[in-house]
Design a protein around this ligand. Structure first.
Ligand SMILES: [Fe+2]
Length: 244
């Protein structure tokens, strides 16, 4: 689908240093299935110039009912075979939380949450079908508790496309916004691509993530490095990836 052959590669993602959103841990969600998948994806991320990878498997109700007890062993298993596979990337682990009733309950009860970095960053997503009635409460409480919430791929919530004020609202509430790099390739459709362009133009985006699940995503990411969007991203002044 996204052939990089015959196209000039304009650069890699070394300007970001860190990817903070991906599904490369094996057997936990709709991302990597086996440890070999994980290794292949990590090797490719290294070639793309990343230095640090924060692994963020889904925690999503009964669909992906992950907890630290399922995530940490998968993380340790991958970490244990990095060197023998020539991977020098630093890897850390957190999660991508669905902003559902389970999550709001965990936040309200101050249960331990999987976060990363000195700022105690927590990655949160919403359903693509409808906004979460819990997100505002979660963001408010997380900030009070000293966490830094990030809303994953705001451009993918179609119900926000005609309500740009919602993006502004989350920014005002102190939530960082994380764009999926693949949105600019059209991978998720034309409207998502347009929303991504608008959010970047408005300088609303704080972080760029890959949301890498599998080889098709990887091919699209490599393709992105051959398009004019690559240059735009490499010059965008507001990405915080290198500082987290
Ligand atoms: Fe994700």
């Amino acid at each position: 689908m996204f052939s990089i052959f015959k196209k000039k590669v304009l650069g890699n993602f070394s300007f970001l240093k860190t990817d903070l959103h991906n599904h490369i841990l094996p057997g936990l969600d709709d991302g990597a299935k086996t440890i070999s998948d994980s290794i292949e994806l990590l090797q490719a991320m290294q070639q793309l110039g990343y230095q640090k990878i924060i692994c963020t498997p889904h925690i999503l109700g009964n669909i992906y009912p992950n907890t630290a007890a399922t995530i940490l062993p998968a993380f340790e298993a991958v970490k244990a075979v990095l060197v023998e596979n020539g991977i020098t990337l630093q890897i850390e682990v957190a999660a991508e939380y669905m902003a559902d009733e389970n999550f709001v309950e965990a936040v309200e009860r101050k249960q331990p949450l999987l976060h990363f970095g000195e700022k105690k960053i927590i990655l949160i997503e919403m359903s693509y079908l409808a906004p979460s009635p819990y997100l505002e409460q979660c963001v408010f409480q997380l900030i009070l508790d000293g966490y830094q919430p990030i809303l994953a791929h705001p451009e993918r919530y179609n119900y926000y496309h005609k309500q740009p004020e919602k993006y502004e609202l989350w920014k005002e509430k102190g939530c960082w916004l994380q764009l999926n790099a693949l949105s600019l390739t059209g991978y998720y459709g034309r409207h998502v691509k347009q929303a991504a362009e608008k959010l970047l133009a408005a300088q609303f985006i704080d972080l760029l993530g890959t949301d890498l699940h599998h080889a098709q995503h990887l091919a699209a990411l490599q393709y992105l490095c051959t398009t004019p969007y690559y240059k735009m991203l490499s010059l965008y002044p507001h990405f915080k990836n290198a500082t987290i």
